[in-house]
Design a protein around this ligand. Structure first.
Ligand code: ADP
Length: 742
């Protein structure tokens, strides 16, 4: 039997730890055997006891090798433990000097061997048996000392030393091996973690590119289908087109759901904490669902307790998704009767409340035994009843995961065939003392009716450029806008777009993001800084299949004036274009004049950016009336006093400074805002305008903010800093003049 064979297993990373420890023990025993043999030869003690010990060690070694080779480690370990506990240890004890020999050391080894190599009940059985055997030896040795064969002094020392060396080598190698394995396992698990993270990342990349790729053809399907629906078509064709629309929407919802799932699972879903009006949110939800309920001839009731806070802080979008999912299910799984949504609030303290949404239907109901599986992804229950109803089984799973992330919960009560009730509780923060009061959700229903397509406006003199590398997308967008009569140019690359913007002053550019060669980001940068370009100030809207908050943030940062996600409906597209074209080019049509004006005035006040605004610092002497008239944003300088730092112009004024200095005979120091403060100021003002002209006090003055403003402006390509070369009053006059020009 080759020893090389079992030694190899010691280094075999694939072998389990017990097997390797066992091999280590066998190798130690091999040394013990050799040492025992040498002892016998040296001392010439071919006595029975010595032969017995030698035979035991030989059988241990033999059993060890056989069990390693045959893979019966446990059996081998049991056999060896038995020999050691009831043979080797007692024999060495009585024949080798009792407590003055090497037996106590073997006893320790024995315990270690069993402790490490056996497991379960057998291990404890053996440990107890060993202790009993040791106790028996010690007690007998004490009561019957004559039964112990004494060692000569020399032999006692030799035996004890050899045992000490052998056992410590065995034990320390075993522990060393364990530590090595532990370190290796740790390293392996670190590597695995990294692999899993990389896998997750690539899975996410896959999902988002899949979503992007699928959105593009769906855009064509839904867009062209909408064109068909707008035509004067037969009922049969209309029915087919409506079915195409619902299939397209369903496919889109599925993609959104899959994206959400992958985001939640990779821990990338972040729950927002922003103020929102729950009333507006509910109106929108009712608006979206009212028609669907109506089409199925279901009653739709909404009941909102008046003591709900007007404004809450939380993730409005996710809550809307949750409610839409559950309400949609109720409408989907109810043939007749009603669906109702009631909303209540349970106040925890002044700032916190739990909002309770109860969605009740008189639908097909859910069997008791199915309720636990409702929230499992891709699980659809009661397939006999629900097979013909479209769905993927993802909706409720997402609901549950969102609720978990928000610290909320959902309960389901259902009577099979009678109907179901979903009770959703979501903790939210309260913003302000205002209550929602009595809200009439009938209004939301009227809005819902208006959601049917009505062309709102015509603008034959407005010019729109659409940039997209996909020809079908270009066709869909231009067809969807056809009714508005805006002049549309379509190009399929950034380069072509730049040729157009050199010659045509467009009102709006609809720009795709992902395009080969020059992408949308590079393109917008070039349009904005194009020498001789006619569209440097024009509104540019991202029209892309790239979902996600991070993309939205990117577009805002890059100076896009809007963001539309493909597939886009005609209505959304029209609204967005309307938002950006000058009012004088718009002719209102149909009966939607009122809504249109409302939309325009709302959008103009909130969203329309100025081309250029003039800003300055608090050291420019401008009367308040003029600041108000021209709406001039002022960046305050600071005044440093022994009492602290004050913002000039708002926290302290010239008169205040002078009287402070007279009264207290203090010296004060003016201080211009630093580069970071300038940057923040410019960034916030750029929300209002595409370009900014900042008039700064003469750079020749001590403590002038001018160099800092110039430094900060480097971070933007649309901020121009003017060194007025003047002190306060001259600077003020120049600002007013600049405002007039702007
Ligand atoms: P689906 O896309 O199938 O609707 P969901 O995750 O939203 O997926 O729902 C899972 C299953 O729960 C559904 O397939 C349906 O069997 C059942 N279900 C959900 N809501 C209701 C309801 N209001 N009434 C009856 N059954 C429901």
């Amino acid at each position: 039997m080759s020893h090389k064979g079992i030694k190899y297993r010691l280094y075999d990373n694939g072998a389990d730890i017990k097997q390797r420890l066992f091999v280590l023990n066998i190798l130690t025993m091999q040394i013990v055997l050799v040492v025992t043999l040498i002892e016998i030869l040296i001392t010439d003690k071919f006595s029975l006891d010595a032969m017995l010990l030698f035979a035991m060690m030989l059988s241990i070694l033999f059993a060890g090798i056989v069990s390693v080779k045959s893979g019966h480690i446990r059996l081998g370990a049991l056999f060896i433990a038995t020999i050691l506990s009831f043979g080797y240890f007692p024999v060495t004890f009585f024949k080798g000097g009792g407590i003055n020999g090497d037996a106590p050391l073997w006893f320790i080894y024995n315990i270690f061997f069993v402790g490490i190599l056996l497991s379960g009940k057998v291990k404890y059985l053996f440990l107890s048996a060993q202790v009993l055997s040791a106790v028996a030896c010690y007690v007998t040795g004490y009561l019957k000392p004559e039964w112990i064969v004494p060692n000569t002094d020399l032999m006692a020392h030799v035996y004890s030393l050899t045992a000490l060396i052998l056992i410590s080598i065995a034990i320390s190698s075993m522990i060393g091996l364990e530590i090595r394995l532990f370190i290796r396992e740790n390293k392996l698990s670190e590597e695995r973690k990294k692999e899993i993270e990389a896998l997750n990342a690539s899975q996410n990349r896959f999902f988002s590119s899949m979503s992007h790729e699928i959105r593009t053809p769906i855009n064509t399907i839904i867009g062209l289908n909408e064109m068909i629906l707008r035509e004067d078509i037969s009922d049969e064709v209309a029915e087919d087109a409506v079915n195409i629309r619902s299939a397209g929407t369903m496919l889109l919802n599925l993609i959104n759901d899959i994206l959400d799932m992958s985001k939640v699972q990779s821990g990338k879903m972040v729950i927002a904490e922003e103020p929102y009006s729950i009333g507006n949110m509910l109106s929108e939800i009712v608006g979206m669902l009212w028609n669907r309920a109506n089409e199925k001839k279901l009653e739709f009731h909404v009941n909102v307790a008046p003591d709900i806070p007007y404004e809450l802080i939380g993730d409005e979008i996710r809550i809307k998704q949750i409610l839409l999912n559950v309400l949609n299910n109720s409408i989907k799984y109810t043939k007749e009767g009603s669906v109702s949504l009631s909303v209540q609030c349970e106040r925890k303290d002044d700032n916190n409340a739990v909002i309770i949404f109860t969605v009740k239907d008189t639908g097909i109901g859910i069997k008791k035994e199915d309720i636990p599986y409702l929230f499992t992804a891709f699980k659809r229950v009661d397939e006999n009843e629900t097979r013909h109803i479209e769905g993927t089984g993802l909706g409720l799973s997402i609901v549950k995961q969102f609720l978990d992330l928000m610290g909320g919960k959902v309960n389901v009560n259902s009577i099979y065939t009678q109907g179901s009730t979903f009770i959703i509780e979501i903790p939210q923060k309260i913003n302000g003392d205002k209550l929602i009061g009595d809200v009439d959700f009938e209004k939301s229903r009227t809005i819902a009716k208006l959601k049917e397509y009505h062309q709102k406006f015509e603008a034959p003199d407005a010019r729109v450029l659409v940039v997209d590398d996909n020809e079908l997308n270009l066709m869909v967008t231009s067809k969807l806008l056809r009714g508005t009569k805006v002049k549309i140019d379509c190009v399929s690359s950034g380069e072509e777009a730049l040729k157009k913007t050199l010659n045509v002053p467009y009102n709006v550019i609809l720009l795709d993001h992902l395009m080969p060669e020059m992408d949308g980001i590079e393109c917008i940068r070039k349009i904005r800084s194009q020498i001789g370009g006619l569209c440097r100030e024009c509104s540019i809207v991202a029209l892309t299949a790239n979902t996600g908050e991070e993309n939205k943030a990117l577009y805002v940062k890059e100076g896009f004036d809007g963001y539309l996600l493909k597939p886009v409906t005609g209505e959304t597209l029209e609204n967005e274009v309307l938002r950006h074209i000058p009012q004088e080019l718009v002719h209102v049509i149909g009966d939607s004049q009122e809504i249109l004006e409302e939309t325009i005035s709302w959008m103009r006040s909130k969203q329309i950016k100025k081309k250029v605004i003039v800003t300055t610092e608090s050291v420019a002497d401008i009367p308040d009336e003029l600041i108000e008239k021209y709406n001039i944003p002022i960046l305050p300088h600071k005044v440093s006093t022994p009492e602290g730092l004050f913002k000039d112009g708002s926290e302290i004024d010239t008169r205040g400074v002078l009287s402070y200095m007279e009264d207290k005979e203090h010296t004060i120091k003016p201080q211009a805002p630093n580069v970071k403060e300038h940057e923040d100021f410019f960034a916030s003002q750029l929300n209002r305008a595409n370009n900014l002209v900042h008039m700064s006090i003469s750079s020749k003055v001590e403590n002038s903010g001018c160099p800092k403003a110039i430094e900060a402006a480097r971070a933007f390509n649309n901020v121009t800093v003017i060194d007025t070369g003047h002190l306060s009053s001259g600077q003020g006059l120049m600002v007013v003049e600049a405002c007039k020009l702007a």
